[in-house]
Write a protein that binds this ligand. Sequence first.
Ligand code: GDP
Ligand code: ZN
Length: 331
Amino acid sequence: MAKRQKLSLRQKRRVASRNEKKLAATTTAIDDDSLGDIQSGIVISRYGEQVDVANEQRQVHRLYLRQNLGSCVSGDRVVFRLDDQGHGVVEAIEPRQSELTRPTAHAGVKTIVANVEQIFIVVAPLPDYSSLILDRYLVACELANIPAHILLNKTDLLDQQQQKYFEQQLTIYKNIGYQCFTANCTQAIGLEQLLTEMKGKDNILVGQSGVGKSSLINQLLPDVEALTGAVSENSRLGTHTTTASRLYFLPEDGWIIDSPGVREFGLSHIEPEQLIDGFIDLKPFAGGCKFRNCRHLNEKGCALAQASNEHKISQQRFENYQKIYQQIISS
Ligand code: GDP
Ligand code: ZN
């Protein structure tokens, strides 16, 4: 059998986008009377006023949205109806289990993806690792109420000293209760274990630019045919922006969303008092502070300061809490 050349994620996106353009627009108005039974599906991607929805057999249809449905994003579970031409309408969006949001210019928040079950925060020795940045991601995940795991990528770049350092770092997070994974895209190491963890779940990768998210998704995803081949010939052309989120099915059950908009999601919309809820290891001590409104910066009788001195909590985590607090109030 001829060896199939693997496509890069960029190539996969390009092929997907080309396929979408090929789906020539047929702009017949949809007659409500011609629509069949209600079906369930999941939103793959949004295209302006339309969405691509996969049914339970993973066949994709490009559908219109009923007016006043509200935002409809990748990962949303929807009910829809099709006519016998394969044209159709999303009738309703099911309540979301989780949302990842980003702040808008007008102090609101916008949902970018829905129903993610677990987040992999990717870190690497290059670009420079920062536990502060990792902790910011962890806070964002905790406040979104979505379980987070840590994935150290590019282990091939670690020298002996760095290896020791990262082992120590991962130990801090394992001790708090976070699952930690390691991977190396260059030699395809660690990917099986990652896939096992992702299987049957709805996943997303986040992390700083350059840590290897695209490379990881590229290795984890099946071939591009599986991603785009099933798009209905009756779908219509929509506008596709390069920042669009897209859901990819895993080979068996579960999916990964690739969302440029959410990959580097931040904390700018949280209140300083909420921050402690994002530090699962520090929070249990907060009730013991002398002052009920203790900010845990340098107040008298702060139970966190005491716990840090007694090595009951990680000093690094406590310092990062304080740094992030300062960042929030000065932003
Ligand atoms: P993203 O911005 O997080 O999506 O990162 P990319 O996937 O674009 O990767 C950034 C750079 O890191 C690219 O040059 C990749 O080839 C490289 N890279 C990704 N994974 C690894 C790895 O495991 N080891 C090494 N040495 N380089 C990697
Ligand atoms: Zn305190």
